[in-house]
Every structure is written in structure tokens, then in C-alpha cells.
Design a protein around this ligand. Sequence first.
Ligand SMILES: Nc1ncnc2c1ncn2[C@@H]1O[C@H](COP(=O)(O)OP(=O)(O)OP(=O)(O)O)[C@@H](O)[C@H]1O
Ligand SMILES: [Mg+2]
Length: 245
Amino acid sequence: MAIIEVKHFNKSFDGHAVHKDVSFRVEKGECLGLVGGSGIGKSVVLRSLIGLEKPTSGEIWIEGEEISKLKERDLTAIRKKVAYVFQNGALFDSMSVYDNLAYPLREHTAFNEDEIQTRIHDQLEEFGLLEAEGKLPAELSGGMQKRVGLARAMMIGPKVILYDEPTAGLDPYNTLKIRETVLRLKKKGVTSVFVTHDMPTAIAVCDRFVMLGEGRVLDERRADELSRKDPGPLERFITGDYGGY
Ligand SMILES: Nc1ncnc2c1ncn2[C@@H]1O[C@H](COP(=O)(O)OP(=O)(O)OP(=O)(O)O)[C@@H](O)[C@H]1O
Ligand SMILES: [Mg+2]
């Protein structure tokens, strides 16, 4: 069974259709690369997968449950399963790194403060962030902020993780760190959707690609089936040889 299934997804803003019948699936443990030109609607799809955005029509299934009509209260359970790594990290500016990481545990679990502290230390160690514990987000580099965002998204052990341009604006070292983290989480069995314009990283982490264009799925291919000899829209997009959409 697919963990995520998007069926005939349509989304319009002010009468302007951004998505016109988008359908795709993500299988358990798979990392799906969702690519396409800027403004094509990748972030809107990700936001819809955790109910932050409602489809104009169509369905979104997460682990066999149709979520697009769920009320805010019922979406809480979905957001425990599905974590969203926002492009800018979306950290709470006035909270230390420690409190940022504690937030999902205090919000969604019954752990006491001792248990929370243990888990945060383990997580900081795993993400190479021990020295950042007491700092505010503004005192960290962009790359560290992204790692904190990722560490926070993973605090309650989600089954699915949605990455929205996790390497945008990062130097090669921090890009590599994010790449390693994504691969490490994938090894643990986490299913993911990876939105990016960073094609080397996408190729390193994704098992399959879905390309959006003209409001629909323009192309779709397994990563090991990408062809240099016979390039389709997806290969041309990845190599930049597509003339823009
Ligand atoms: N809340 C909103 N209200 C109105 N229009 C919106 C809203 N959110 C997104 N859009 C529009 O939907 C389209 C798709 O936006 P989206 O942010 O999903 O693009 P994207 O593929 O993520 O682009 P990028 O690669 O630049 O991040 C854009 O035209 C955008 O202006
Ligand atoms: Mg976007």
C-alpha cells in the first residue's frame, strides 16, 4: 500500500488553476523527488499533504486515510506521522535551540522534562548540534538553522518527512551534511517527498521522480531509469536543457 496517494488533485487560487488533475503515489520507504519550475506548485502540494492547504477538488490519502476534508483537530494525528521541513527552518525565533526541539515533545507527547532532555541530547548529538543547544536561531548560521529544523521535525519519529528545498542557499559542506541526514533517515525506513532545485542532491537521495508542469504530472521515472540517450521532459529538466516552463 502506498503511504501517500494524491488523486486528481486540483488547486486554484482566486480562480487561477495551479494544479489541474495531479496524481501520484509514494510507497513505503521511498524517497520521491518532486521537481518542476519555480511557481509550478510544489510547495502547495507539500502543504496539502499535512492539511495546511485544502485541495479545490481531489483526494489526499495518508496511510489509507483521506485527509483533505479532516478538521484541524483530526489533522493533529496526521502531523505526528508526517513532518514538514520548511524551507527557512521555520524555527521559533525567541526560543533557544533546546526549546525549539522540546516544543513538539511538549506539544504531542506525555514525556516528562527528564525524558525530554535525554531525547534532545541524543538528537543534538546525532545532528552535530551539541554546541548550539543554548543558542537562539539568529545566532546560528543558515546551515545550522536548517539542521535544527530537520532535527526538530524528526523529534517525534515521523513515518513520513516532507522536505521543501532543504539545501537551498547552503554551502557544499552543509549541503553534504543534509544529504547524509536524509540518507540516514531513509535507511531507518522513513518515507519522504523531496522538493528541490538542487539536482545533484536530488539524484543522490531520490528513488523516483515526479515532475510537475502545466498543472499536471508532466513526467515520472525511477532514478535508475533516467536516460542520457533518450531524454524526456524529466531528464531535460534535471540537466537544465528544457527552455523553462
Ligand atoms: N496562499 C496562496 N494564495 C495565492 N496564491 C498562492 C498561494 N500559495 C501559492 N500560491 C500560488 O501558487 C503557485 C504555486 O506556488 P508554490 O509556492 O507551490 O510554487 P513552487 O513550485 O513551490 O515554487 P518554488 O520552486 O519557487 O518554491 C504560485 O503561482 C503561487 O503564487
Ligand atoms: Mg516552493
